[in-house]
Design a binder for this molecule. Structure first.
Ligand SMILES: Nc1nc2c(ncn2[C@@H]2O[C@H](COP(=O)(O)OP(=O)(O)OP(=O)(O)O)[C@@H](O)[C@H]2O)c(=O)[nH]1
Ligand SMILES: [Mg+2]
Ligand SMILES: [Zn+2]
Length: 359
């Protein structure tokens, strides 16, 4: 194919260009990660789609702070001898992201997708429907700086779709909620406001909710593999195994992600205030600053539950998430030290890169 699209069609803009120019490296070029699977990346450059591998330094040293490349990232790459290959040296600062806590013992951030305008949080209106899970996803999306939209898919199999939608609207004030049936193509027009040229939209949600089916519908072709789900519990089988960004016919950029078995959210506790506004507001009026809302006198949250002002299930969900996130929370000093470490790494790469050095 010819140079059918410019980098701008993939979301490049003046701010990005400035970031890249500031690196001031001869022989480097900007590119966007369009596919991530393990250590292998596909990137979109001005010359088409290339294969790319992170430099040893980037892979080894940039484990802190989620600095490894993710789909949607803008990266600085150096073309390699041979065709259509490059080495990724740096990830440019992200405008927004979705992160989770990486599976495993260590407390490490894993970026699932980056530089998103809108994130569609997909739930299925089948046995798997779960308000508490939606809250977790909302916390992650708000925290990462993208705008969440809630999609209730598989509307065709649900007799109580109206009721479900009301329940979801109640736990997510101000967040648009749409009902779709990706399999049959119903409700696709509701997505149009988000599908704008060169804007990036990602879909997230459990395995089997219909994320890939939705993308195929929007693409107008069965590009993404979709999977059967287990009838008895509506659980998906983790059909999608990599993260990929595609360009839709109208020019919007769309990222499919694999369903996550268990979303261990990566967020500051502050993100909870956006998700559980009514709980957080009352909690702020408890007599004690560090009230656990368990047995302390003057607890506004407990009296809120008693008076029916607060939903006990919401409070429980809030507290559960708060506990999880407190394990991630680090004091400001540690965070600053990590930030510095990343900054040093950034400078180190630029200084020590002999060929790219410019005088
Ligand atoms: N009834 C109904 N089934 C749907 C709908 N959308 C998707 N499905 C079915 O749900 C199953 C799972 O769909 P996928 O698109 O593979 O789900 P996914 O979210 O991509 O799953 P992972 O890749 O595992 O994360 C497939 O059998 C789809 O045909 C829908 O709107 N209604
Ligand atoms: Mg899928
Ligand atoms: Zn309290």
């Amino acid at each position: 194919m010819t140079l059918e699209h410019t980098l701008e069609d993939w979301g490049y803009g003046p701010e990005r260009k400035q970031q890249f120019d500031d690196l001031n490296q001869d022989g480097w070029m900007p590119a966007r990660v369009v596919r991530a699977a393990g250590r292998e990346f596909h990137i979109r450059t001005t010359e088409g789609e290339w294969l790319a591998e992170p430099s040893g330094a980037l892979w080894r040293d940039a484990t802190e702070g989620g600095a490894r490349p993710a789909v949607g990232d803008w990266v600085a790459v150096e073309p390699r001898p041979g065709n259509d290959r490059a080495r990724i040296h740096l990830v440019l600062p992200r405008r927004s992201k979705i992160s989770r806590r990486a599976p495993g013992h260590d407390v490490v951030e894993q970026v699932i997708a980056a530089n998103l305008d809108t994130v569609l949080i997909v739930s299925a209106l089948d046995h798997d429907f779960n308000l508490r899970r939606i809250e977790r996803y909302l916390a992650v999306v708000w925290n990462g700086g993208a705008t969440p939209v809630l999609l209730l898919n598989k509307a065709d199999v649900c007799d109580e779709a109206d009721q479900r939608q009301l329940e979801v609207e109640a736990i997510a004030p101000g967040v648009p909620v749409h009902r779709t049936s990706a399999k049959h193509g119903d409700g696709m027009e509701l997505l149009e406001p988000y599908l704008l040229p060169a804007k990036t939209v990602a879909v997230v949600g459990s395995s089997g909710v219909g994320k890939s089916t939705l993308i195929n519908r929007l693409l107008g072709e069965a590009k993404f593999k979709t999977g059967e789900i287990r009838e008895f519990d509506s659980k998906g089988r983790h059909t999608t195994t990599h993260r990929e960004l595609v360009r839709l016919p109208g020019g919007a950029l769309f990222i499919d992600t694999p369903g996550m078995r268990e979303l261990a959210p990566w967020a500051d506790e502050d993100a909870l205030n956006d998700v559980f506004t009514e709980v957080a507001e009352l909690a702020a009026t408890c007599k004690f600053n560090d009230c656990t809302h368990a047995h302390e006198p003057g607890c506004a949250v407990r009296s809120g539950i008693e008076s029916g002002e607060l939903d006990a299930a919401r409070v429980e969900s809030y507290q559960k998430l708060q506990k999880e996130l407190s394990h991630l929370a680090k004091d400001e000093r540690t965070k600053r030290a990590e930030g510095k470490k990343f900054g040093r790494f950034y400078k180190h790469v630029i200084k020590t890169h002999p060929k790219g050095r410019k005088r």
